[in-house]
Design a binder for this molecule. Structure first.
Ligand code: HEC
Length: 124
């Protein structure tokens, strides 16, 4: 009879094990998503190209300044000052091309334009 009751210490061990397993699963999923993103050919190409901040600024003024302000200092959209401290390059690329945070639309810059834009945003 006694054998069927789980000892408190074993129960605690199992809880710890379950928590550790959950953390592991979450970590693997995050890593998987990250890996999938950096192995995307478009992202790889953007990251491999040297960007021109002057051209990036021009692209920004045409496409983004209406919402983010002429100096990227916020309007309808948030300020993008210090964005490179808050977001990785890959995250910024996905912010621009995914359209997952309405009202910000989905953009389709070619890889050189995206590299220029990224260089401009990183020096803000
Ligand atoms: C129609 C308005 C609009 C336009 C145009 C727009 N954005 Fe945005 N953007 C937003 C809004 C609103 C957010 C906040 C979204 C959220 O996080 O919910 C945002 C968020 C962002 C962020 C993330 C900011 C952060 O602090 O995490 C980046 C980076 C960004 N925009 C870059 C751009 C770039 C680059 C362009 C031009 C190619 C652009 N946006 C064009 C409205 C816009």
């Amino acid at each position: 009879m006694d054998n069927q009751i789980i000892q408190p210490s074993i129960l605690a061990q199992r809880i710890v094990l379950i928590i550790l397993l959950s953390i592991l699963i979450v970590a693997i999923s995050i890593l998987g998503i990250y890996w999938q993103r950096i192995s995307d050919p478009y992202v790889r190409e953007v990251l491999s190209l040297p960007g021109n901040p002057t051209r990036g600024n021009a692209i920004f003024q045409i496409n983004c300044a209406g919402c983010h302000g002429l100096q990227a200092d916020k309007n309808v959209g948030p300020s993008l000052q210090d964005i490179s401290k808050r977001k990785s390059k890959v995250e910024i690329i996905y912010q621009v091309i995914s359209g997952q945070t309405p009202p910000m639309p989905k953009f389709k810059p070619n890889s050189q334009e995206m590299a220029d834009l990224l260089t401009y945003l990183e020096q803000l």
